[in-house]
Design a protein around this ligand. Structure first.
Ligand code: FMN
Length: 651
């Protein structure tokens, strides 16, 4: 065992993959790395461990808490310290003999020439948004015949490109000159990831915010990017095998189990890239994409709590609330109902459940900051409730176990895994309800079949009722995966042809009547939306009250419990879909609430009510009906209005 540093011994385990001579070649090479943050820090460490000994390094920034998730040098003891000094220290702990030339002012027009002097390869690790220095450094690399490589951490993968001397250049590939800063970001992004493997699992697209220079990034992507970079550098230095130059690109995604080789001849002039650019401009550069439009940067405790609260679910994603900030730690919730235009909310109780869900979400969010919510309410106007929330420090409050699930909880309307609940899961769900509420489970095949039949019948009521048509035609965002204000088509759970049939039908009531009469129009959607998913579940459940609930306050309290129940199912790895309309129509029929003028629809609703009553013990006490099943989070969901839109001026 040798405990003092010796180059040949330190890198002897590389030999086998390199020859000893090749290791000596690596020892003589000089690499320039711009940026010691997300990928740059790992690049330095990895290249040092590869046996590279000469570096030109730049960074002007200091480590901070928000770098913790992905940056090699970010830890509690380095917060506030220069990234450059910290990383050099770490690198010298690995190889004390490395030679470094430092550029603590970062790279700019004045020093890029010096930064690239005598350099054998440039490894790009500039911040994604540092476009100007990136253009300069790549231009100079091309002029000086320095190979350059860039591997971007993208989600759980990496997309990588090489720019070798004499081949297509950075500018020829990306074509950034003459575009606005935002357009340059977009073009750079599209050129980096032509395969876009990450697209399908970006759960919160609002976090990819080019306009406000923000994007999500994981350690997985950074570490993969750094391994790939070191491999490219090795091959370039040792002339070992093909190194692909743009317009070829490579993208490996560990999450998708996919590897794609892309080819974009003509680079940015390629018609596919041009099309992606025009679509991307609409999707990513329009101001409403930004979570801080209207100048709201989330700062105060009240805003931090409300940024969780806005993820509360509401019937048809109506988000029946607006927030008025009073000061840094208190706010008013103006909670409206939707009875004037939503047939599922004629007594306001669907909204009241959602208001309870919102209040519970606020409670859970406040626990993150050790805060208790003091809530006073004014329910005098039944259509516009007012809750004043004061957040107060309370040392007895600890972070709720449900907090991590507030933003990921979503409706799963598709078929789910059917494996039954085990006793522990069933008990955890039953125990999360307060006294006075209990669950009736429907788990056997016959039970699920009965629920499938009930939902199939009930869906006929919904889809043949003119009053519901008025709602449906407004609440679906066709061809969308995500929607801020509605339910996106892909979250409905129908396949593409059925979605097109529905879109065609929903253009006018006449079309629906025609399709219902001559084309059995509702059958296909009802099979896909109701019958099959009902069977493809682990269980259906009815949450019932010991004593029938009737008042606004009782519905709000029940809503709080439902949110705990829903979040607990998410915590346990289940998907969840409410099946509230049978409950609602039965209540309307019991309470003589007129919901349609069509007698045939009323007959069908009565048929559904009978089926509902035959299944449930104490149907009139049922607060919430739904189904759960083993499921990954849905790929499509209703995202929410940005906080800036939900916060209103003083009334
Ligand atoms: C009180 C209430 C009732 C709901 N009823 C139904 C329902 O009957 N069927 C359904 O598919 N979704 C139902 N939803 C789900 C909402 O449509 C969904 O929560 C909303 O669109 C937001 O989407 P997210 O939960 O995926 O974030 C209900 C939600 C709430 C809060």
């Amino acid at each position: 065992m040798n405990h003092s540093f010796e180059y040949d011994l330190a890198f002897s385990r590389n030999i086998g993959w390199f020859t000893e001579d090749e290791q000596q070649i690596l020892k003589t090479k000089r690499i320039a790395i711009a940026g010691m943050g997300g990928v740059g820090g790992f690049h330095l460490i990895t290249l040092v461990r590869l046996g590279i000994t000469k570096f030109h390094l730049s960074d002007f920034d200091q480590f901070a808490c928000e770098n913790t998730n992905r940056q090699a040098g970010a830890n509690v003891s380095t917060y506030g310290k220069d990234k450059l000094d910290t990383m050099v220290e770490m690198a010298k702990q690995i190889n004390p003999e490395i030679e470094v030339k430092l550029f603590p002012e970062g790279i700019n027009d004045e020093n890029t020439e010096e930064f690239l002097e005598d350099v054998d390869c440039y490894v790009d690790s500039l911040d994604f948004f540092a476009i100007k220095p990136r253009i300069t450094v790549f231009k100079l690399c091309a002029e000086k015949h320095i190979p350059a490589t860039t591997a971007a951490p993208i989600g759980f993968g990496t997309a990588y490109l090489n720019f070798l001397p004499g081949k297509m250049t950075f500018e020829e590939y990306f074509g950034l000159n003459g575009f606005t800063e935002n357009e340059q970001y977009l073009k750079f992004f599209l050129g980096l990831t032509p395969a876009a493997l990450q697209k399908s699992y970006l759960v919160d697209p609002s976090k990819l915010d080019l306009v406000n220079k923000k994007g999500p990034s994981t350690i997985v992507g950074c570490q993969l990017a750094t391994g790939v970079t070191a491999a490219q550098v090795t091959k370039i230095f040792l002339n070992r095998g093909d190194v692909l130059n743009v317009p070829w690109g490579l993208h490996f995604d560990a999450y998708k189990n996919q590897f794609k080789k892309t080819w974009r001849p003509l680079g940015h002039k390629n018609p596919i890239q041009q099309l992606a650019f025009s679509i991307g401009k609409k999707k990513l550069l329009s101001p409403q994409q930004s979570p801080i439009v209207g100048g709201i940067v989330i700062q105060t405790l009240a805003e931090k709590v409300l940024d969780y609260a806005r993820w509360s679910p509401s019937g048809d994603n109506t988000q029946c609330w607006r927030f008025e900030l009073i000061n840094e730690s208190s706010f008013i919730i103006h909670a409206n109902d939707t009875r004037d235009h939503v047939v599922y909310d004629l007594d306001g109780h669907s909204s009241h459940l959602a208001h309870g869900i919102l209040l519970e979400t606020i409670n859970i969010a406040a626990s993150k900051f050790g805060l208790k919510c003091n809530v006073s309410h004014d329910l005098s106007n039944d259509r516009l409730l007012k809750f004043t929330v004061e957040l107060v420090e309370d040392e007895t409050i600890t972070e709720s176990v449900l907090l991590p699930f507030v933003k990921v909880r979503a409706v799963q309307r598709r078929a789910m895994g059917t494996q039954v609940l085990n006793n522990a899961e069933r008990k955890e769900l039953e125990d999360c309800l307060p006294p006075g509420l209990s669950v009736q489970w429907f788990e056997s095949f016959n039970d699920k079949l009965s629920l499938a039949k009930l939902n199939f019948t009930n869906a006929k009521t919904r889809l043949t009722m003119k009053e519901a048509y008025a709602v449906h035609k407004e609440i679906i965002e066709w061809k969308a995966q995500f929607s801020e204000t509605k339910i996106p088509e892909q979250a409905l759970g129908v396949d593409w042809p059925t979605a097109r049939l529905m879109q065609w039908m929903f253009k006018s009531w006449e079309r629906i009547s025609f399709a219902n009469k001559f084309l059995a129009g509702t059958i296909l959607p009802r099979i896909q939306l109701d019958f099959i998913p009902s069977l493809k579940s682990s269980a259906h459940f009815a949450v019932r009250a010991d004593n029938k609930i009737e008042t606004t306050e009782e519905y709000i309290e029940a809503g709080k419990a439902i949110q705990r129940f829903w979040l607990t199912t998410t915590k346990l790895g289940f998907g969840f879909q409410p099946e509230q309309t049978p409950v609602i129509f039965s209540r309307y029929l019991d309470n003589d609430i007129s919901f349609t003028e069509d007698s045939k629809v009323i007959e069908n609703a009565k048929k559904g009510k009978k089926m509902f009553e035959a299944l449930i013990n104490g149907p009139e006490n049922t607060v919430f009906l739904g189904r759960i099943g083993r499921s990954a989070p849905p790929k499509s969901r209703s995202i929410r209005r940005p906080l800036s839109e939900l916060i209103i001026e003083k009334t």
